[in-house]
Design a protein around this ligand. Structure first.
Ligand SMILES: Cc1cc2nc3c(=O)[nH]c(=O)nc-3n(C[C@H](O)[C@H](O)[C@H](O)COP(=O)(O)OP(=O)(O)OC[C@H]3O[C@@H](n4cnc5c(N)ncnc54)[C@H](O)[C@@H]3O)c2cc1C
Length: 439
């Protein structure tokens, strides 16, 4: 078993740079047996245990002062079952490796988020999602899971086997055990035609229900201080494949979306008064385009500008009202917001603490570039989200606690009862879980 040290003086930091932790030690187990040993050894030493992925969560959900478990040696494609149409992967596998491996086999996940840097286990544990009318989060595509629980034993679950564990552990917040292997449903690889198009904010709000109903995957970005959005509609297509030409892709996705956007963020940070003008220019930078490609090339793109994010799921029917209120707050408060607001949707699912558990949802995400004060904006946005029974993304900044969360999750008690059973001594505890789930 190898041990690694991260960062300066053993300090672990997340991608957004807003969370740091000093684990007592780090372990990178190479097998389930080594992992189980590490959990037992931590118990003997009176230490808590926390597996991390790639640190892409903005909350302190992955932070620990106990034993930090690194995932890299528990990764790789374990099995592809073409009869069952499933793929089984090690928990530490990064989504990009999974997507590429599946594409080589002529297969794909059905839906995914904006990036593919995360580990599969990290992504599912916080409920990572993209946008979809019928298709839900990455966790909603799971068929089976294997975990090492607090006493070091191995537990497998699926719809048929330990169904009460399966219901909760697909989005387990790292609180129920350490996921070692995940089996996902896959499909024959398919083509998506993406239509990206600027649209007035008022039109998107007026037509939101139609835009959602007419598209398999609808999302949009609203640029605060402007009446402009960029919309994206992804729908399955018979082809032919028509990728974004390489040079055009570089200009639009790297130069404009990342490079020029980064410079605009720097200018905005140095001189906040310029932000509304910059926002008006940014909102016009990208023009309409249509392309057809395999799913991961349409759903995901690199994010090189570092930021901090808050995202809430609200009932889909409340989305337009929430956005109107958010616009009013930005207009009246004097806040200067240089980052677009992202809006996506998901159908209701059956996972205990999924942000879409039992409810058709719209996700509304607010961002600020790393290094700029975000509290005032996020506090104002959170006030609106919570007034609409919003459920915070488990991996994105929020201030909610167990009392609030037990009100917006009808099955909250089911999750905490399972946690009491699987982790009575709170081996997987950290400050974040104490806050959101209770002691
Ligand atoms: C640039 C960027 C883009 C993003 N885009 C999206 C998006 O489109 N949609 C979305 O929903 N979210 C998005 N996120 C959020 C991100 O997907 C989640 O925070 C995700 O959990 C990060 O995965 P990770 O591998 O980095 O896990 P980490 O952040 O390292 O860990 C997250 C949680 O998973 C737990 N965990 C990790 N491994 C295991 C394991 N083996 N067993 C049990 N628990 C485990 C950790 O303990 C922790 O509780 C984005 C974040 C960034 C920074």
């Amino acid at each position: 078993m190898s041990t690694t040290v991260s960062g300066k003086n053993g300090t672990w930091r997340n991608w957004g740079g807003n969370v740091a932790a000093r684990p007592a030690r780090e372990v990178a187990p190479a097998s389930v047996e080594e992992l189980a040993d590490a959990v037992r050894k931590a118990a003997e030493d009176g230490l808590t245990v926390k597996p991390v992925g790639t640190g892409h969560s903005f909350t302190s959900i992955a932070a620990t002062d106990g034993v930090l478990i690194r995932p890299q040696l528990l990764s790789g494609i374990r099995n592809i079952d073409r009869d069952a149409m499933t793929v089984t992967v090690g928990a530490g596998t990064q989504l990009k490796r999974l997507n590429l491996a599946l594409a080589r086999e002529g297969l794909s996940l059905r839906n995914m988020g904006d990036i593919m840097e995360q580990t599969v286990s990290g992504a599912i544990s916080t409920g990572t999602h993209g946008t979809g009318r019928e298709s839900g989060s990455i966790a909603a595509q799971i068929k089976g899971l294997e975990l090492v629980t607090a006493d070091g034993s191995v537990l497998t679950c699926s719809e048929k086997e330990n169904p009460e564990v399966f219901a909760a552990a697909r989005i387990g917040l790292g609180a129920l055990g350490i996921v070692t292997e995940i089996t996902f449903a896959v499909e024959p690889v398919f083509l998506l035609t993406a239509r990206e198009e600027p649209m007035p904010f008022d039109k998107v709000l007026a037509d939101f229900d139609e835009l959602w109903a007419e598209n398999e995957h609808f999302e949009f970005y609203w640029f605060p201080h402007t009446g402009s959005t960029n919309t994206k509609r992804n729908n399955r297509s018979a082809g032919p494949e028509k990728p974004v030409p390489q040079l055009q892709g570089w200009i639009e996705d790297e130069f404009l979306s990342n490079g020029v956007f980064q410079v605009a963020q720097w200018v905005g940070r140095a001189a906040p008064g310029t932000i509304p003008a910059i926002a008006r220019i940014s909102s016009k930078a990208l023009s309409a385009r249509t392309y057809t490609d395999i799913p991961y090339k349409v759903f995901t793109s690199p994010r090189r500008v570092r930021f901090v994010e808050m995202e809430y799921a609200v009932p889909r029917a409340a989305a337009v009202e929430v956005l109107r209120e958010l616009r009013t707050v930005v207009e009246r408060s004097g806040l200067k917001v240089s980052f677009p607001v992202e809006v996506r949707t998901a159908p209701a699912d059956d996972i205990t603490l999924s942000t879409a558990s039992g409810r058709d949802s719209a996700y509304i995400a607010v961002h600020m570039v790393k290094g700029t004060p975000y509290q005032a904006y996020f506090t104002a946005a959170e006030r609106i989200f919570t007034a609409h029974e919003g459920r915070p993304h488990w991996g994105k900044v929020h201030t909610r606690d167990a009392e609030y969360l037990s009100e917006v999750y009808p099955r909250f008690g089911e999750f905490t009862a399972l946690r009491d059973r699987l982790d009575p001594d709170r081996r997987f505890q950290n400050d974040y879980l104490r806050r959101v789930l209770g002691a």
